[in-house]
Structures are given as structure tokens and as C-alpha cells.
Design a protein around this ligand. Structure first.
Ligand code: GDP
Length: 433
């Protein structure tokens, strides 16, 4: 899925525009300096084409002036995205900070769509026209607040995004499996990648004229080709990421969104941290398959092992279903266990239960463990279906809303019965009151 980055000064209405594009009120409408957010990328689509929208509205507290901060923001956006949506405030016009962005954008050669925001009426449209001077092509007048002009803007965005490349003859749908290696700094991601890729790294992927992202690498493992996402970000400790969590998290989120399966690398010697849990949350929300690799196993002694087991029980309850492997990236010990774990996770991720089998299972489950009665009523499951996989998504038609705890119970039983290993499961209810 192509990536569109949204760039602009604070208060130009970026978040409002993001909300308008994704059709939800999800992005935080607050461009206060210092405000960083966990969620920075969103699924969007227009005219039947899907793209990932990355909101680069975070702030680098270390950078000096506003112009530097914005330029840094544009820099990262450009490195991640296939196209950039540059938002300016038409009622204010061009500021020094805007000029700084323009320089970065021009240098990048990436397609840019220029949005002239806050054009709420015909009158301000003339002001938008003055933005031709930026040399970024046609300015699209919009009112993010009222929606005016957003259709034309989105058409322009689609035109700027690369077409999905046609699959070569005989290629399996989707091509090589896409893996994101994620985790905190220094847990051993690049050591693992180096060990895996080693001499067997067959291709550095930079096929011209396609949407292929040059930061990915194709690696031969277990006789098959796998695509490792954003290895540039792993290999060279990217300078903007150093010491700055926001950009690191932006990179991680984008990599997860582009991947089918994430490998969370943890340093087995260290406690599981909030940041690890946040990455897991991102994987679950994105609906990706997951493998957890405890690295630096050479440093784990009996005592640490004991405490680690406790930590796993406490911190990783939400992802009990994920295959876990213990490895030593430095020496290569047990890294051959990664491919079987990936296969297992991807298999669960793509498992589909037939409607007949599913309803037989649900019928038995409900008769053996009926939903508790709530204020005189008992919600019933009338029918279930699994319309999609990747991740497995179930729709339950019910009379009355099921309790969250009963939902969890169903999920647990689904996993036991059908072996959904390594994948989140989505349960949706269609309630007939
Ligand atoms: P990244 O930031 O996650 O990519 O981590 P690196 O791969 O750069 O590793 C960080 C440090 O941990 C380096 O000094 C590595 O040599 C060390 N390291 C990585 N894997 C292992 C391992 O399996 N065992 C031990 N003892 N050290 C490791």
C-alpha cells in the first residue's frame, strides 16, 4: 500500500485535514509543540484505492527553531513516503518555515500535492492562487473544516501516488512475505538481520520504475525469499531516530503497517518495558501476525530465566498466542527457529473457518456455556461468519450485546479449537435488539 505523508506547520489545520481524509475523528486535533502521539499512521482510501496516511505532526523537542523542526519533519516524511501532502494556511500565506519545507521537498524529487487550507469561501480562493509561487504546481484550495475542495484534493493525491505494480507472471499473489523487525534500540535487531541476511542476501531491492521501496531487502531463508521491511532504518542507526523516540516510533509503526508479520525483538536480559508493550499494541491494532524473539539468550542465567517467566505472564498476556523463540543473534544460535515460527504465525493469520464448521462450534459453545443473564435478558449468538483473513475477522450476529468477558471467552475457544497461533483475532458484533 502506498504511503502518503502529511507535512505542515502547526495550526495550518493538518490534523483536521487528516480526519477529513480518513473520515474519522481519530487524529488528535492539536498541533501544540511538544505534543507527540502514539498513533501516527492511518488506513485511508479514496475511489477504491487504499493508501496509508502518515501524520508527521510530532515534534522534536531537541531541535532549535520552528523552521528547523519543520524541515526535520519534512525530511523524515520524505524518506518514508511515496508522496507528500504539504499543507499551508492560505489565509496566512508563506512563512519561513514553509520555505524550509519547500526546499526539502524539492530536493527529494518525491511527488508533492500542495493543499491551501482554510479556504472556506470563494473570496479566499484568490489567496490560494498566490501559492503557485512556491513552484510546487497547482495549489488545491480546501477547507478541512467544512470539507470544501477535499474531493479534488484527494483526486490529486491519488494521481501522485504510484500505481500498484503489476505482478510478474507466475508470481504468487502478494510476492515475498513481508517481515518487519521491530523493537527498542540495542536489543539486537541489526545483529539478527545481519545474521539472517549474511552472505545469503541475494538482492538489494531497488528496481526502478516501480513502487518498490529501496529500504527493503530481499533475503533468502529456508529456500524461500522474504522481504524485510525498512532495513535501512535498522542497519544504520538512522540519525533522526537516535535518541528521539517519536521518529523511531513513526518508523516502527510504518514498518508494521507495511508488513504481514512483525518480529518483536526483546533483550532477554532486560525487563519488558512499556515501549515493548506499546509496539505490541501497534501490531495488534494493525492486525498483523506476530513472533516474539528473546535475544541475547547467551546472557540469560537460571535466575533471570525465572524472573523472565514471571514477566512474560504479567506483561505479555495480551499476546499469549504469539510464538516465542529464544535466540542469540550474535552467534546465530537458534535463529533457524525463526522461519518455522514465521510460517506458523502466517498460517494462523490466513486461516479461514468455513461457515458450517464455525456455526457448529458456536452452537456447541453456547449450549455448554451460555451467556450470563443481564437484567433479565440473555444475549444469544444467532449466527457467525468469518468473512476475511489476515487477520481472521469474525462477525457474530446476536440478540443483545455480548459482554466483553464473553467475547474474550469466545476468542480463547476459537484459538483452542482452530489453532489460531501468532495472529490477532477480530470479533465484531451485529446486534439485533
Ligand atoms: P539494534 O539497535 O536493535 O539494531 O541492536 P544491535 O544489533 O545494534 O545490538 C546492540 C548491541 O547488542 C550490540 O553491542 C550487539 O553486539 C549486542 N548484541 C546483539 N545480539 C546479541 C546477543 O545475542 N548476545 C549478546 N551478548 N549481545 C548481543
Amino acid at each position: 500500500v502506498p504511503v502518503l505523508a502529511v507535512v505542515g506547520r502547526p495550526n495550518v489545520g493538518k490534523s483536521t485535514l487528516v480526519n477529513r481524509i480518513i473520515g474519522r475523528r481519530e487524529a488528535v486535533v492539536e498541533d501544540r509543540p511538544g505534543v507527540t502521539r502514539d498513533r501516527v499512521s492511518y488506513d485511508a482510501d479514496w475511489s477504491g484505492r487504499a493508501f496509508t496516511l502518515v501524520d508527521t505532526g510530532g515534534w522534536d523537542p531537541d531541535a532549535r527553531g520552528l523552521a528547523e523542526r519543520i524541515a526535520a519533519q519534512a525530511e523524515i516524511a520524505v524518506s518514508l513516503a511515496d508522496a507528500v501532502l504539504f499543507v499551508v494556511d492560505a489565509t496566512i500565506g508563506i512563512t519561513d518555515a514553509d520555505e524550509a519545507v519547500v526546499k526539502v521537498l524539492r530536493r527529494s524529487g518525491k511527488p508533492v500535492v500542495l493543499a491551501a487550507n482554510k479556504v472556506d469561501d470563494q473570496r479566499t480562493e484568490a489567496e490560494a492562487a498566490s501559492l503557485w509561487n512556491l513552484g510546487l504546481g497547482e495549489p488545491y484550495p480546501v477547507s478541512a473544516l467544512h470539507g470544501r475542495g477535499s474531493g479534488d484534493l484527494l483526486d490529486a493525491v491519488l494521481a501522485a501516488l504510484p500505481e500498484p505494480p503489476p505482478l510478474p507472471e507466475g508470481t504468487a499473489i502478494g510476492g515475498p512475505r513481508r517481515i518487519a523487525i521491530v523493537g527498542r534500540p540495542n536489543v539486537g535487531k541489526s545483529s539478527l538481520l545481519n545474521k539472517l541476511a549474511g552472505s545469503e542476501r541475494v538482492v538489494v531491492d531497488n528496481v526502478a520504475g516501480t513502487t518498490v521501496d529501496p529500504v527493503d531487502e530481499l533475503v533468502e531463508l529456508g529456500g524461500r525469499t522474504w522481504r524485510f521491511i525498512d532495513t535501512a532504518g535498522i542497519r544504520k542507526r538512522v540519525k533522526e531516530a537516535s535518541g528521539h523516540e517519536y521518529y523511531a516510533s513513526l518508523r516502527t509503526t510504518t514498518a508494521i503497517d507495511r508488513a504481514e508479520v512483525a518480529v518483536l525483538v526483546l533483550d532477554a536480559e532486560q525487563s519488558i518495558a512499556e515501549q515493548d508493550v506499546r509496539i505490541l499494541q501497534t501490531v495488534r491494532e494493525a492486525g498483523r501476525a506476530l513472533v516474539i524473539a528473546f535475544n541475547k539468550w547467551d546472557l540469560v542465567d537460571e535466575e533471570r530465566r525465572y524472573y523472565l517467566e514471571r514477566e512474560i505472564e504479567r506483561e505479555l498476556v495480551q499476546v499469549q498466542w504469539a510464538p516465542r523463540i529464544n535466540v542469540t543473534a550474535r552467534t546465530g544460535w537458534h535463529i533457524d527457529r525463526l522461519v518455522p515460527a514465521l510460517d506458523k504465525a502466517l498460517e494462523g493469520w490466513e486461516t479461514r473457518i468455513g461457515t458450517g464448521a464455525l456455526n457448529t462450534f458456536l452452537g456447541r459453545l453456547v449450549s455448554e456455556h451460555p451467556h450470563p443473564v443481564r437484567s433479565g435478558k440473555q444475549p444469544k449468538i444467532l449466527f457467525g461468519t468469518q468473512p476475511t483473513t489476515a487477520p481472521p475477522t469474525f462477525i457474530l450476529f446476536t440478540s443483545g450485546r455480548l459482554d466483553a468477558s464473553y467475547e474474550r471467552f469466545i476468542e480463547r475457544r476459537l484459538r483452542e479449537q482452530f489453532g489460531f497461533v501468532g495472529t490477532p483475532i477480530v470479533l465484531q458484533q451485529r446486534v439485533r435488539e
